[in-house]
Design a protein around this ligand. Sequence first.
Ligand code: ATP
Ligand code: MG
Length: 580
Amino acid sequence: MRQSQLLSPTLREAPADAEAVSHQLLLRAGYIRQTAAGVYSYLPLGRRVLRKLEHIVREEMDMAGAQEVLLPAIQPAELWQRSGRYALYGPELIRFHDRHEREFALGPTHEEVITTLVGGEVNSYRRLPLTMYQIQTKFRDERRPRFGLLRGREFLMKDAYSFDTDWEGLDRSYWNMYEAYHQIFTRMGLQFRAVEADPGSIGGEGGTHEFMALAAIGEDTIVSCSSCAYAANLEKAQSIAAHSSRNENKCEMTADGESITPYPVMTKLHTPNIRTIGQLKQALGKASQQMIKTLIYVADGQAVAVVVRGDHEVNEIKVKNTLGVAELQLADAETTSRVTGAPVGFAGPRGLSIPILVDEAVAGVKDALMGANEVDYHYDHVVPGRDFTLERIGDYRNAVEGDCCPRCESALQFSKGIEVGHIFKLGTKYSETLAATFLDTAGKEQNMVMGCYGIGISRLLSAAIEQHHDEHGIIWPLAIAPYQVHLVPVSVKDAEQTKVAEHLYEWLRRHHVEVLLDDRDERLGVKLKDADLMGIPLRIVIGKDAANGLVELKERSSGEKQIMTVEKACLHIQAVLEQV
Ligand code: ATP
Ligand code: MG
């Protein structure tokens, strides 16, 4: 491609509203333009990278035995009503009517369509297992579209669905996809980690892993063990709390529950207007891990209390899963004062008449401070189990730095990640409601056992840039670069340089090298700045030495430059490309 013809408008400055580096660079280097909030147009360079990403995904899906299909973006509401998700999906689902007032949705995902399709076409165990995939645009009216392609409202996804006769089969299909994902992200040159995740609203009884591209901008927190293979999303991560001794207090009670601890008796403290852990810490000089925090939630309309240590945060997903509710929200001030008898800031587990969930780290606290359910009062010297009942003890908090691995007790590490892929064991959730059944070897009707597997292709475009850039621009890994080689003649007015550049351009194209020739009549400084911004991995600058058959080869990633003959440059490029 000749750059003089290419629509790749570069910008010197990033638009003020682009926060993420990848978003800024995609705009500045002329890869994308915003059409509406969370909706983007891909310019030629952006489209080329998307195709590279798609190509790797396709190759690996095909290698794994999955079959490509293309399902409709327009989906009848009736399918979603049958699966029960029409009501549950909420405002993220874009709904509309046709001219006959029939209801439809724009597909945010395709479980309903594929399950109905496969269920209708396959009715014998002989045709299973099957894994189908597609690469297609998805629509989700995200509450906060942001960071450019990282969270769009219209985005490109690879979604795959497996159908098996039983759970063992699903296990094989699942791990087959797990392996394929490893191949895909490795080939793309990404630094990533597979982590255990929470199944979330999509449901399903089995396991689920998220594939995280490691990047500081990532919205997800990854908790991983410094010595064993344990890695989980913070939403799901378990841990052994620092400064905790699980259930110790229990041992210090007699059979009838009376305390024999050496701790002082609980006292009531006047704490006028001191409500938060921070204020209590300042006023009383007590460490936050010796405080007990009680939060009032409304779970599907019912008030519940969740009790965690002062230095811990409630993990709402764990609470939701324990209670088996669809909605969980912090109670408003009015509800809090109705159920605790005190304004926000003075709640405590003693004497509450609503269900109480106590985090296991609370059980190990000694001599604690907690709210007294009375305005301007707290209790001090509290011993959990002695001064309030330890009800429904469980893991209801986020793991924090300093906690230990639940498997091997080594230190846990925290990092940020962008979820680029997600694999789920769905089980029979969709095959039951959408009647995807088959006849087994005994001629008995059974539900197909399903899995689903997503990859955010457009999100990957941004995630790759988050990992591969410097202050001058993008640095593409060779496998996903829009072009492999950038030819930059210093002056297009110089006949010798033009001759060498054109010769190289033709030779490389004939040898199937993807090459961009900067044939613009621009100053060298402008050309090199644009080249750095665009991030093509190999660059050949053709300057005054062209007359002697010499050019400069530069690697964008290392910045290394070498002067060499035109022939040697060609051989070098071929050798590098063979490794991809
Ligand atoms: P998130 O937690 O980021 O909202 P999700 O759990 O809703 O993701 P899935 O439904 O599992 O995502 O979708 C599969 C993949 O599609 C994700 O792993 C992610 O890479 C990508 N994806 C999801 N939502 C978006 C979006 N709004 N913009 C771009 N890519 C997305
Ligand atoms: Mg989402």
